[in-house]
Design a binder for this molecule. Structure first.
Ligand code: FPP
Length: 258
């Protein structure tokens, strides 16, 4: 299935001045530093991070955001100390236990992307239940990337297509960007318009590598547990000052091209 598009046709310049981002993705970073500054264990930073997530999920639909994708656990996070990994593994349960009924009631569709490899059976069950119970919803789409890596996402999509070729269901020349995008874990959702990373770090950390091709990036100097709807509104305000050109030139500059 081809991915939905929220971007103008290739080459069409688009000024974001009035446009608000429909799909926002967030690298929820800074839980550890937040805890350290308070002399608390990192686990309490992650728990405070869940509270920040709740605030943002509640506020985002009122900001006309339709899709929100958050990075909860990366394929590289397994290299953390076992106790911290265990705490991180407990976060989806902590979140869905208190919030799933509300998400279901308020029209939020939940999707958890990443691989199940290494996750406990209980955790996989919790994630699938969140997806099943909200499958009929369409008002707002929350994607939690958990045990997710952008490189792994691309490799899995490539493998699916290679298997289709091996089975005689596709030919190598059938592969297009749209077809490939439709195989990614984020499909059928459109790519993010805006990727936000709080905590002062400025990198993608293997999040949505393909999908980020034409996203705007905004880095904010606030630790995730302190993140509030006002921070998100500020990021959207900055997004609206950006000129999204998708590799083309702005119409005025095109006139000036000799
Ligand atoms: C990075 O901060 C954050 C994480 C690895 C975990 C993020 C998860 C949450 C905020 C809650 C997720 C909720 C669900 C439902 C999955 P860090 O620990 O690297 O912080 P540091 O850079 O300050 O050490």
């Amino acid at each position: 299935m081809a991915a939905l598009k929220n971007t103008p046709p290739a080459g069409a310049p688009a000024n974001a001045a009035e446009a608000r981002p429909l799909h926002v993705a967030i690298v929820m970073d800074g839980n550890g530093r937040w805890a350290k500054r308070r002399g608390l264990p990192r686990s309490l930073g992650h728990r405070a991070g869940v509270e920040a997530l709740k605030r943002i999920v509640e506020a985002a639909p009122q900001m006309n955001i339709r899709w929100l994708t958050v990075f909860g656990f990366s394929t590289e996070n397994w290299s953390r100390p076992a106790a911290e990994v265990a705490e991180l593994m407990a976060l989806p349960k902590r979140y869905f236990e208190t919030d799933l009924a509300r998400l279901e009631r308020e029209g939020v569709r939940v999707k958890v992307i990443g691989t199940d490899e290494g996750l406990s059976r209980d955790l996989v069950k919790i994630c699938r239940e969140a997806e099943t119970r909200t499958a009929k919803n369409d008002r707002f789409h929350l994607t939690v990337a958990f045990n997710y890596g952008g490189k792994a996402d691309i490799v899995a999509a490539a493998r699916k297509f290679a298997q289709a070729v091996a089975a005689g269901r596709a030919r190598p020349d059938d592969l297009t960007e749209d077809l490939f995008e439709g195989q990614l874990m984020t499909a059928p959702y459109p790519p993010p318009d805006l990727i936000v990373r709080p905590s002062g770090e400025q990198r993608l950390s293997n999040f949505l590598l393909w999908q980020a091709a034409y996203a705007e990036f905004i880095f904010q100097d606030v630790l995730w547990p302190d993140y509030s709807p006002a921070h998100l509104e500020a990021a959207i305000g900055e997004y609206q000052t950006r000129n999204r050109r998708y590799g083309a030139v702005a119409p005025d500059d095109a006139l000036a091209t000799g």
